[in-house]
Design a protein around this ligand. Structure first.
Ligand SMILES: N[C@@H](CCC(=O)N[C@@H](CS)C(=O)NCC(=O)O)C(=O)O
Length: 296
C-alpha cells in the first residue's frame, strides 16, 4: 500500500473510533441518573477535577468561580457528560439546560439580576470583553496546540485528564482528533509551531501588561471578566509545567502568578480538596454549595 492508501485507512479508523465514542457517550448521557435539586440550584456538569487545580479545563473553572463569586447555590456533576453542543461545561437551572460557560453566566445574570461588573464604564466593559475574547478565542488554541499537538507533552496531558486506562486513551484520541480539526477551522492550526508560540507569547504579554500592578483585571475588586481570565491563566500556572507558556509566566510575567493566587485565595479557600493530587482531595459530586445562604 502506498502512503496515500495508509492515510485513507488511518482516517477511516479514526472516524470509526470517533463514531464509537460518540455512540458510547450519547448512550451514557441518557443512562446517567440525574440527582434532584431544589429550585434555584444550579447543576454544573463538568469533567472531573484536575490534579493541581479544580478543573483541567478553563471553562468549567471560569463558570464555577462565577457561581462562587455570586454565591449562587450549586451542585457539581462530575460524570463528564458533555452538552448538546458536545462541549464542557454546561448547566441546568430549574430544569432548563444551558450550554456554553458564557451563556450560563449571562442566563444567571439575567435571571438573578446579577451584575458584578456594574461599577465599570461602558468603555471598561468593552475592554474587559476584548481581553476575555483574546484569551478564550485566540490564546486558548495556543494552549491546545502546546498540550495536545506536541509529542513531548502527550504524557503530561494524560496526567492532567481525570481518567485512566482505556477511557483515558479514548478521550485523548477523540479530543486530539477533534482539536486538530477545530484548530484547522479556526485557522491557527495552519501555522507553524514557532508562529503559534509567537501568538501565545504576545497574547500573554498583553494580558500581563494590562493587569500591571492591579489586584484584579479591572481594578481593586474582581468582576465578571476575572472568572474567565483566572480560568485560563490557572491552567498555565498549574497544569502546564515545563511548557513555554508556563516558563514565560514564572520567569517574567509574575504579576499573573500573583493574580492567580489572589483569585484562588478569594474564591477557593477549599482549593486543596478539589485537586486530585492533594491528600485532602474529596469528590464533591452531589454536594450543594451556598445552600440556604451558607458560606464555603
Ligand atoms: N465556548 C465554550 C468553550 C467550551 C470548550 O471549548 N470546552 C472544551 C474543554 S476545554 C471542550 O469541551 N472541548 C471539546 C471539543 O472541543 O471537542 C464555553 O465557554 O463553554
Amino acid at each position: 500500500m502506498d502512503f496515500g492508501g495508509y492515510g485513507v485507512v488511518i482516517c477511516v479508523l479514526l472516524g470509526l473510533i470517533q463514531f464509537a465514542i460518540y455512540i458510547i457517550y450519547s448512550k451514557r448521557k441518557k443512562n446517567v441518573k440525574r440527582l434532584e435539586v431544589a429550585p434555584g440550584t444550579v447543576v454544573l456538569y463538568q469533567i472531573g477535577r484536575g490534579p493541581e487545580a479544580p478543573s483541567s479545563s478553563p471553562f468549567p473553572l471560569k463558570l464555577e468561580t462565577y457561581l462562587r463569586m455570586n454565591k449562587i447555590p450549586y451542585m457539581n456533576d462530575h460524570s463528564a457528560t458533555f452538552s448538546k453542543k458536545s462541549k464542557t461545561p454546561w448547566m441546568t437551572y430549574n430544569g432548563e439546560a444551558i450550554a456554553d460557560s458564557q451563556f450560563c453566566i449571562d442566563f444567571l445574570a439575567d435571571t438573578l439580576h446579577l451584575n458584578p461588573s456594574a461599577h465599570l464604564s461602558d468603555k471598561e466593559k468593552a475592554t474587559a470583553r476584548a481581553f476575555q475574547k483574546l484569551l478564550e478565542e485566540n490564546f486558548y488554541w495556543t494552549m491546545c496546540h502546546e498540550m495536545f499537538m506536541k509529542k513531548e507533552n502527550k504524557e503530561h496531558i494524560a496526567s492532567v485528564m481525570p481518567y485512566t486506562g482505556l477511557k483515558l486513551w479514548f478521550v485523548l484520541t477523540w479530543l486530539s482528533f477533534n482539536l486538530k480539526k477545530e484548530m484547522w477551522g479556526h485557522g491557527i492550526g495552519r501555522h507553524t509551531d514557532e508562529e503559534i508560540w509567537y501568538i501565545a507569547e504576545h497574547d500573554l504579554r498583553a494580558v500581563a501588561s494590562f493587569l500591571e500592578n492591579n489586584r484584579f483585571m479591572m481594578g481593586d475588586e474582581p468582576c465578571e471578566v476575572d472568572c474567565a481570565v483566572f480560568g485560563m491563566i490557572a491552567q498555565v500556572r498549574w497544569h502546564m509545567p515545563g511548557s513555554r507558556h508556563e516558563k514565560l509566566l514564572h520567569d517574567e510575567l509574575t504579576n499573573l502568578v500573583a493574580y492567580c493566587d489572589r483569585m484562588k485565595d478569594r474564591y477557593w479557600p477549599d482549593w486543596d480538596q478539589h485537586c486530585r493530587s492533594s491528600k485532602l482531595f474529596n469528590d464533591d459530586s452531589g454536594k450543594i454549595y451556598f445552600q440556604d445562604g451558607a458560606t464555603l
